[in-house]
Design a protein around this ligand. Structure first.
Ligand SMILES: [Zn+2]
Ligand SMILES: [Zn+2]
Length: 157
């Protein structure tokens, strides 16, 4: 039996279950996550076939880039999901889980676009863009040119 966690938006008009295993928490400091959340996005993820919407009454999707959409509650405004087009997993804002006990921190991505009022803390790595290291690389702190686009854009021909 696969255990699962329950989650919801602030008002309850979006509710879901996410089956284990859930990905360790990735903090994304990209401009889009900053703007959507008002700070940065802490997200876990699960396979789509282990994910179920149990109430989607308030769910709306915003296409923020050419490669992904962002799910939120149109009633209470909660940041909920990030979904790459065609991917078989869905990212879930960690704070929307009713119980996130036991989830561990992975690291920080898009640090080149982070807000100027804090330093990323916790986790095993900090990288300037989207490349998450497979193994902990805490020494990777040098920032690449901040001119890179927030996401590696895959153009379809
Ligand atoms: Zn809501
Ligand atoms: Zn982001």
């Amino acid at each position: 039996m696969v255990s699962k966690r329950e989650g919801s938006c602030l008002c309850g008009a979006v509710q879901f279950t996410a089956g284990e295993p859930l990905r360790p928490i990735v903090y994304c400091h990209c401009r889009q996550c900053r703007k959507q959340t008002g700070h940065f996005l802490a997200s876990t993820a699960t396979a789509l076939d282990r994910f179920q919407l149990t109430c989607d009454q308030g769910l709306a999707w915003y296409r923020a880039s050419e490669i992904a959409t962002r799910g939120f509650c149109r009633i209470c405004g909660s940041t909920l999901f990030w979904q790459r087009d065609g991917a078989d997993e869905i990212s879930i804002a960690a704070g929307t889980l009713d119980d996130s006990t036991g989830l561990i921190e992975d690291g920080h991505i898009f640090c080149a676009e982070k807000g100027g009022y804090y330093e990323p803390a916790g986790g095993k790595y900090q990288v300037p863009g989207s490349d998450r290291p497979a193994t902990p690389q805490p020494e990777v702190l040098a920032l690449r040119k901040p001119s890179m686009s927030p996401y590696p854009v895959k153009r379809r021909s």
